[in-house]
Every structure is written in structure tokens, then in C-alpha cells.
Design a protein around this ligand. Structure first.
Ligand code: SF4
Ligand code: SF4
Length: 83
């Protein structure tokens, strides 16, 4: 139940995840294609660089893996915390 507005950060929707994206930082070219396509805003960007996945809110849809041209994101089965 939602009792007030602006509370989405409090709900840890990452608990629903059945697959988990793993970030291979060594392969990342910081092209930033992945961040805007995440429907859950779970790829933070700071100073024009992406950071670690926000596993509290990532629901494991796998879209970020699909768009990454450099193989820097790998989906793993299950709800794992892989950063
Ligand atoms: S798996 Fe889906 S929800 Fe999780 S970071 Fe990637 S695009 Fe976002
Ligand atoms: S799409 Fe891939 S290479 Fe580009 S910023 Fe995201 S993880 Fe890095």
C-alpha cells in the first residue's frame, strides 16, 4: 500500500528480482547507453560516468544487458548481489 507521494525510494523492489545484472567495469567504455533505458533508474550516473547498480531497486529485466555494446553487463540467474 502507498500512503503518500514521493516514497518510491523506500520500497526495495529489488526483492522481486529473479535475474541479476552484473557490471564488468573493466569492459565498460562509459558510453552511457544503459542508464537511460533502465525502467527503474537503477544505474546511477555521476560526473558523466555510470556507477554500480542500485540493487535495492533493480528488478532484473535485462534491458541494460541488451543495449550494452561492449559486454560489460551480464545477467545472472537468481537474485544475487554481485557488485
Ligand atoms: S536489469 Fe533492468 S532494472 Fe536492473 S539495472 Fe538493468 S535495466 Fe535496470
Ligand atoms: S552500456 Fe555498457 S559500456 Fe556503456 S556505460 Fe553501460 S555498461 Fe558501460
Amino acid at each position: 500500500m502507498v500512503f503518500a507521494g514521493g516514497t518510491s525510494k523506500m520500497f526495495q523492489t529489488g526483492e522481486w528480482r529473479t535475474n541479476t545484472p552484473i557490471f564488468h567495469e573493466d569492459l565498460c567504455k562509459q558510453c552511457l547507453l544503459c542508464a537511460p533505458v533502465c525502467p527503474d533508474g537503477s544505474i546511477p550516473v555521476k560526473d558523466s560516468k555510470r556507477g554500480a547498480f542500485d540493487y535495492d531497486h533493480c528488478k532484473g529485466c535485462g534491458i541494460c544487458e541488451r543495449v550494452c555494446p561492449f559486454g560489460a553487463i551480464e545477467m545472472k540467474e537468481g537474485n544475487v548481489n554481485g557488485n
